[in-house]
Design a protein. Structure first.
Length: 299
């Protein structure tokens, strides 16, 4: 059985959904059920569930708040992964740990390889990079999967923010000079389950991999796609205006280039990601459809 930490997050919830569809035995623990930085809670969970593999989907993901909430960010992204890795090493259990494009500074021309040196430009990115190293140091049998620009029907994400703003505004001003691959948590969950299935039998697959949807766009391209899919269903069709990151100051700096090269993952695990538009279209339709269905019950 697969034991997931961070079970109430975007990826955690999609892992539960994807495992149920495949009849894979998986138990997802929420933050309230197990804090990954709490060694005794982690040990208790491992002893109780006796997993064959662990997925760490838990993380402190509030990128801007991390600049001021350093202790919380360290707990979720540095201490927690280290505690999990030590517990896995002690129990002889392999772990899939999720990381981020934000370990890079975004200055590279072209897609980032797994072997490129990390150089985070935010507290979130720095804590995630430290967490990666804690996993590498403490647990030989790890897969670190870096992904980017994750969205889903669950939780807070850019796609949902765009839908919310599009309902009330005539104009959305969206950053057009940061590049990345919007990745559906549903597809990421499928990728993680594929890794889990292979890694549990073949621990020589241990290492660091990149996985995102295929193709690259900007936040402006991402938002424009969401609006163009939603508009025929909602009637809300705001103009989407491109702006520079310099015109939208945020507490945390973000990489201008988040494009991750996923060829090693595809070659190793035989799982081909779909183009980013496929997941964005499906999630947009699902979210708008569920809102309209809920609305149709209101007298
Ligand atoms: N979201 C993105 O755009 C993105 C991009 C690249 C990589 N990633 C990585 O992908 C992974 C999954 O992200 P996601 O989008 O699913 O994140 P998410 O929706 O924010 O979920 C993270 C979950 O982890 C929980 N958590 C935080 N600290 C914890 C702790 N100390 N112990 C146990 N649980 C804790 C959170 O619970 P609370 O809400 O109760 O704190 C939340 O349920 C993370 O490793 C993230 O760094 C995400």
């Amino acid at each position: 059985m697969i034991l997931v930490f961070g079970g109430n997050g975007q990826l955690g919830q999609e892992l539960s959904r994807a495992a149920a569809a495949r009849a894979t035995v998986l138990r997802a623990l929420s933050h309230a059920e197990a804090d990954i930085a709490d060694a005794s809670a982690v040990a208790t969970a491992l002893a109780l569930w006796k997993p064959t593999l662990i997925v760490n989907a838990a993380a402190y993901t509030k990128v801007d708040l991390a600049e001021t909430e350093l202790e919380e960010a360290r707990r979720g992204n540095e201490i927690g992964p280290g505690v999990l890795a030590s517990a896995c090493a002690g129990a002889g259990v392999p772990m899939v740990h999720i990381s981020t494009d934000y370990v890079f500074d975004g200055s590279k021309q072209g897609a980032y390889l797994e072997s490129d040196p990390v150089c985070p430009v935010s507290t979130y990115g720095r804590t995630k990079a430290v967490g990666e190293n804690a996993v590498r140091r403490r647990l030989a049998h790890h897969v670190i999967l870096r992904t980017a620009w994750v969205y889903s029907e669950f939780g807070h994400n850019f796609l949902k923010t765009v839908l919310r703003l599009a309902a009330t505004r005539d104009e959305l001003r969206i950053v057009a000079d940061q590049h990345g691959s919007p990745t559906s948590a549903a597809e990421l969950a499928e990728a993680v389950l594929n890794v889990a299935g292979a890694f549990v039998h073949d621990r020589t697959l241990a290492g660091t991999y990149h996985f995102t949807a295929a193709g690259v766009t900007t936040w402006h391209g991402f938002a424009s796609r969401v609006v163009s899919i939603a508009a025929p269903m909602t009637g809300h069709n705001p103009r989407v205006i491109p702006i520079g990151a310099a015109d939208y100051p945020t507490a945390a700096k973000r990489p201008a280039n988040s494009h991750l090269d996923c060829r090693l993952f595809i070659k190793t695990f035989g799982f081909l990601p779909r183009h980013w538009t496929a997941g964005v279209d499906a999630t947009t339709r699902a979210l708008v459809g569920s809102t309209q269905q809920a609305g149709s019950h209101v007298a």
